[in-house]
Design a protein around this ligand. Structure first.
Ligand code: GRG
Length: 316
């Protein structure tokens, strides 16, 4: 049995209990999206850090489920904003139940997460998650403002991914230290790990949109281009390609044009933009690994080291 299997089962138990609502549509949609699985990385971070730092109280299961609920709420909202049709290998909730139901059930799951964190009765937990969710929302709005802009600077792209994705990884890792009442230096090292891992994770997410296969990823290839999202693979391909290739990509970003997606995928691959994006992810993963030096050796720390490899080499 894997190191965290029993603990993750406990988290799943909390998730099931806490999803309960007397409102049938809430039950149906929330179970639909949670039941589709997902990698459960953020709850895993809460558990690995709290265990690595010697905290074994049952609150860790409640908190791990809480961050998964926040993640789930953002997915429900994000798929509406992005008009996505496929998630976790299934039709998205918005495709199946409509936008209004998805947004509102997202609100239910999000506010349930806040009920759960209040029940933990720790002001610091509330502070970390209230700040994180606020930054995530800022990240999404920044991303919206960057849409269709082929001249986006790489640092502005990186800011968006730090906010919209890395922030929840950062909060999850930090909360392991908060539960364990570790000193501030350790808490910051955990947060650094989460931020770097989350950045690596989103960089790979963005390259998979050009490199991956829809069946492996459980979502459609080319979704980012369809929305006119200037992600790093495209920004690097424009830097490295010929003038004609640059013009083709510029036009596609400006108009969210996917008619020539196959050609663009080919350019992104041939210019080495995929490899360079993965290299950027590898650098972030190395930073994450280095942040673990304050933790004593344990199977939990080994699992956190292993996650750094998996974040970079993943195909889904
Ligand atoms: C409700 C607080 C709140 C905010 C709404 C829409 C929105 C603002 C935020 C969306 C943020 C977002 C979806 C970022 C992308 C994060 C990301 C990489 C999702 C995929 O994560 P995985 O691969 O998914 O861990 P699984 O399916 O494995 O759980």
């Amino acid at each position: 049995m894997s190191l965290m299997a029993a603990d993750m089962r406990e988290v799943d138990g909390v998730i099931q209990r806490r999803l309960a609502s007397e409102v049938a549509l809430i039950d149906q949609i929330s179970h639909y999206i949670i039941g589709a699985g997902g990698k459960r990385i953020r709850p895993l971070l809460v558990l690995l850090f709290s265990s690595a730092l010697g905290f074994n109280g049952r609150e860790r299961f409640e908190l791990a489920a809480t961050v998964e609920f926040i993640h789930t709420a953002t997915l429900l909202h994000d798929d509406v904003v992005d008009e996505s049709g496929m998630r976790r290998g299934r039709e998205t909730a918005n495709a199946l139940f409509g936008n209004a139901a998805s947004v509102l059930v997202g609100d239910f799951v999000y506010s349930r997460a806040f009920q759960m964190m209040v029940s933990l009765n720790r002001m610091r937990v509330l502070e970390v998650l209230a700040d994180a969710t606020n930054v995530i929302a800022e990240g999404e709005v920044l991303q919206l403002m960057n849409m269709h802009d082929p001249d986006l600077a790489v640092e502005d792209y990186l800011r968006v991914i730090r906010y919209k994705t890395a922030k929840l990884f950062e909060a999850s890792a930090r909360l392991g230290a908060v539960l364990a009442e570790s000193d501030l230096a350790v808490e910051e090292a955990c947060a650094d790990y989460g931020r770097s891992l989350g950045t690596a994770f989103q960089l790979v997410d963005d390259l998979l949109d050009y490199e991956g296969s829809s069946s492996e990823m459980g979502k459609n290839v080319g979704d980012d281009l369809r929305e006119g999202k200037p992600t790093l693979p495209l920004l690097l391909a424009m830097e490295r390609g010929t003038a004609a290739e640059r013009d083709l990509i510029r036009h596609a970003i400006e108009h969210g044009e996917v008619a020539r997606l196959a050609e663009i995928v080919e350019i992104v691959r041939r210019t080495g933009a995929i490899g360079a994006t993965r290299d950027a992810a590898r650098l972030e993963a190395a930073k994450a690994r280095a942040s673990l030096s304050l933790l004593s050796a344990s199977p939990y720390r080994d699992a956190l080291l292993d996650l750094c490899e998996r974040a970079v080499d993943r195909s889904s």
